[in-house]
Design a protein around this ligand. Structure first.
Ligand code: B12
Ligand code: SF4
Ligand code: SF4
Length: 258
C-alpha cells in the first residue's frame, strides 16, 4: 500500500467510527508559533490525523447543564475515537501513534495560564485542510462552520497530506464580536484569554482561588454560609466534571457553514 492508499484506509476507518470529517497533514506543515515543537513531544512524528466532530444543538440552550452535557458527550466520544484510531494505526501499519485531546489535560502554570495546548488542534485542522480561521479566532469548517471541534492523532507513519483550504469561510458579519459578553474578541486576530475565561468559565481556577481565599479569611459562621451558597455548589460541580463552560456565544451565533 502506498502513502495515498494508506491515507484512504485511515479515513475510511475514521468514518466507520462515526467521525464527521477527517483530514491528514504532514507534521512539517503544522505551524503553531506559541505551542511546543511537535518533535519535543514525539521525535518520530511524520503525520497528523485530524478528526472533526460537529457540536450538538445543545450549545444553543440557555440551560448551562444541558449545554455542557452536549460538550461532555462529544469529548467522551472523541476520546474513544482517538484511542481507536491510534490502535488502528499500530495494528494495521505497525505505526507508533499518540493522541491529542479536545482540551484537557493541559499544561497548567502561571506562565501559560492554562491557555496553550501542547498541540494546537486549530492549527492542525488548518494544516489538514479542514477549515480556515474566522473573526472569532476559531477554525470554520465548510459544513459545520464554528460548530466543529477537533482531535488529533500523531503518528510516525508518513501519510500523504491533504491540501489546505484556501476559501475564506467567515463573512465578517461581526456576530461573534458583538455577542461576546466579555469583549474578548474586540482586537482582531487575538482572543483576550482572561476576558473569555471570566465569562466562559466563571467557576474555573480564578473563581476557585478567590472563593478559597475569602473562605480562609472568614469567620466559622461566614464559612458555613459560604458552603451553603450556590457559588460553592457550582464550583464543586465544575471541579468534579473537570470544568464547565457557561458561554458558547461565539460558536452558536456564527452563521458560517452549510
Ligand atoms: C486553552 C484553550 C482555550 C483557552 C485559551 C484559548 C486561546 N489561547 O486562544 C480559553 C479557555 C480562553 C478557550 C476558549 C474557547 N475555546 Co478553547 N481551547 C483551548 C485549547 C485547549 C488550546 C488553545 C491553544 O493552544 N492556544 C494557544 C495557541 C495555539 O493559540 P494562539 O497562538 O494564541 O492562536 C491564536 C492566534 O495565533 C490566532 N491565529 C493563529 N493563526 C491565525 C490565522 C488567522 C487568519 C487569524 C485571524 C488568527 C490566527 O488565533 C488563535 C486564537 O486566538 C484548544 C485545544 C487545543 N489543544 O488546541 C481549545 C479550542 C481552541 N477551544 C475551542 C473552543 C470551542 C473554545 C470556546 C468556544 C469555549 C467553548 N465554550 O467551547 C472558546 C472560544 C474562544 C475564542 N473565540 O477564541 C475549540 C475551537 C474549535 C474550532 N472550531 O476552532 C478548540 C480547538 C478545542 C478543540 N479541540 O476543538 N480555549
Ligand atoms: S466563549 Fe463566550 S466569552 Fe469566550 S470568546 Fe466566545 S463569546 Fe466570548
Ligand atoms: S460570526 Fe460572522 S464574523 Fe464571526 S466568525 Fe462567524 S462568520 Fe465570521
Amino acid at each position: 500500500m502506498d502513502a495515498q492508499q494508506q491515507k484512504e484506509r485511515v479515513k475510511e476507518f475514521a468514518r466507520e467510527l462515526g467521525v464527521d470529517d477527517v483530514g491528514v497533514a504532514a507534521a512539517s506543515s503544522y505551524e503553531s508559533p506559541r505551542s511546543p515543537v511537535l518533535k519535543s513531544i514525539f521525535p518520530g512524528v511524520a503525520s497528523l490525523v485530524v478528526m472533526a466532530y460537529k457540536e450538538l444543538a445543545t450549545c444553543e440552550s440557555e440551560n448551562m447543564q444541558i449545554a455542557m452535557n452536549g460538550r461532555l458527550d462529544l469529548m467522551e466520544f472523541s476520546r474513544s475515537c482517538n484511542y481507536k484510531m491510534a490502535r488502528f494505526l499500530d495494528r494495521e501499519f505497525g505505526a507508533k501513534a499518540m493522541t491529542v485531546p479536545i482540551s484537557y489535560p493541559l499544561m497548567m502554570s502561571r506562565e501559560t495560564q492554562g491557555s496553550v495546548g501542547d498541540v494546537s488542534t486549530r492549527h492542525a485542522a488548518l494544516a489538514a485542510g479542514l477549515g480556515t480561521f474566522g473573526r472569532n479566532n476559531l477554525i470554520l469548517h465548510p459544513d459545520f462552520g464554528s460548530r466543529a471541534l477537533f482531535t488529533v492523532v500523531m503518528t510516525d507513519l508518513a501519510l500523504s497530506g491533504d491540501p489546505p483550504l484556501t476559501e475564506r469561510l467567515c463573512d465578517d458579519c461581526n456576530e461573534c464580536v458583538e455577542s461576546c459578553p466579555g469583549g474578548a474578541l474586540d482586537v482582531e486576530g487575538r482572543t483576550d484569554v482572561m476576558k473569555c475565561l471570566k465569562h466562559s468559565q466563571p467557576y474555573g481556577i480564578g473563581g476557585n482561588i478567590r472563593f478559597w481565599w475569602k473562605f480562609a479569611e472568614s469567620s466559622p459562621e461566614e464559612q458555613q454560609a459560604m458552603l451553603a451558597d450556590e457559588r460553592y455548589w457550582r464550583l464543586y460541580q465544575a471541579g468534579s466534571i473537570g470544568f464547565q463552560y457557561f458561554c458558547f456565544n461565539c460558536i452558536k451565533n456564527c452563521p458560517a457553514g452549510s
